[in-house]
Ligand binder design. Structure first.
Ligand SMILES: *Cc1c(COP(=O)(O)O)cnc(C)c1O
Length: 345
């Protein structure tokens, strides 16, 4: 297959959607003030405030690792700790950046059920040690949609938030795939965040049609104090900020963000449906967002790779992850499903 054929390794294999691309082109007319003091950045922040139906503080970073790490560092001191799931991106895929940017706040991993934290698993970690020798739990971070493609229901977030209130913990959400969660649940962004008790959201754009860029939304605005300095110090203040913010205007203004997330989710459902009766193949997790996790034999995985398919197998022996994106072609999904059927026979 050609080198640029659509793949399912990650949703960030995809390119830039037309809405984001056109907004960048429009922002490319003439001169604008630098460092976020421009009209595109103001417009993007206003779009977020109207989409989330609240007067939140909005910042932009180049990628999710920076957004998560800086947001977490704003929520705790170096002697605090952050409770996350054992599969959390902050724990497994950010090279220690959350600890680095917070000057040492330790991540504490909690048990999960289908990739999700629960009030019980948070309580277990938060109450395990209460002495001065252990970093004091201060933040819970949850990922919506999760790293294994499942989605927290509003009630689940509310319950976690109540636990956080009881234990004096701030609540952060890694929303690299927040759009996919909104699309799956049919909930408003507000219902899944501040209305359910989330203090800070990192809203991912890259995996849903943007070139680069994540937005950091502080619903609890006290926590945003000096956050602009944190971004600058970390090398995350874009001088030509309009090229990070304009694409957000592009994808937010006509709900492209939600349409594309719906499409990606739909393609994941289609893939799951097409392989559900293949002998020896089973779903490792319910398909709720845009990822399909399949248990299949090692020789079959090798054969799929040999046929040119790219996908991740980091979820243990015999597990393969297939991610759909904003532009996934249904014909490609059908091809992949047919190949899975063949290599398993
Ligand atoms: C992709 C992703 C991120 C962001 O990763 P970057 O490569 O730093 O942009 C954060 N959290 C989750 C769950 C992700 O899947």
């Amino acid at each position: 297959m050609p080198d640029n054929a659509q793949q399912f390794a990650s949703d960030n294999y995809s390119g830039i959607c037309p809405e984001a691309w056109e907004a960048m082109a429009e922002a490319n007319q003439g001169h604008q003030r630098a460092y976020g003091d421009d009209e595109w950045t103001a417009r993007a922040a206003d779009h977020f405030r109207s989409l989330f139906e609240t007067d939140c503080d909005v910042f932009f970073a180049f990628n999710g690792t920076a957004a998560n790490s800086l947001a977490l560092s704003a929520l705790c001191q170096s002697y605090h700790s952050v409770i996350c799931s054992e599969t959390a991106h902050v724990e497994t895929d950010e090279c220690g950046a959350p600890e680095f940017f917070s000057n040492g706040s330790k991540l504490l991993t909690a048990r999960t059920e289908q990739g999700k934290l629960t009030p019980a698993s948070i309580r277990e970690i938060a109450l395990k040690r209460k002495d001065i020798h252990f970093p004091k739990p201060r933040v819970v971070t949850l990922t919506q949609a999760t790293e294994v493609g499942t989605v927290y229901r509003p009630e689940e977030i509310q319950a976690i938030s109540r636990t956080c209130d009881e234990l004096g913990l701030n609540l952060h959400m890694d929303g690299a795939r927040f759009s996919n969660a909104c699309a799956f649940l049919g909930c408003t962004p507000a219902e899944l965040t501040w209305k359910a008790g989330v203090d800070v959201l990192c809203f991912g754009g890259t995996k849903n049609g943007m070139a680069v860029g994540e937005a950091i939304l502080f619903f609890n605005r006290d926590l945003a104090e000096d956050f602009d300095y944190r971004c600058k110090q970390a090398g995350q203040l874009a001088s030509k900020m309009r090229y990070l913010s304009a694409p957000w205007v592009g994808i937010l203004q006509d709900d492209a963000w939600l349409r594309y997330a719906n499409h990606a989710n739909h393609c994941a459902q289609l893939l799951a449906k097409l392989v559900e009766d293949v002998p020896g193949v089973s779903l490792m997790f319910p398909v709720e967002a845009n990822g399909v996790f399949l248990q299949m034999s090692e020789p079959a995985i090798a054969a799929l790779t040999a046929r040119g398919w790219r996908f991740y197998t980091f979820i243990g022996a015999g597990g393969a992850r297939f991610m759909c994106s904003w532009d996934t072609d249904e014909a490609r999904v059908r091809q992949l499903a047919a190949d899975i059927r063949q290599v398993m026979s």
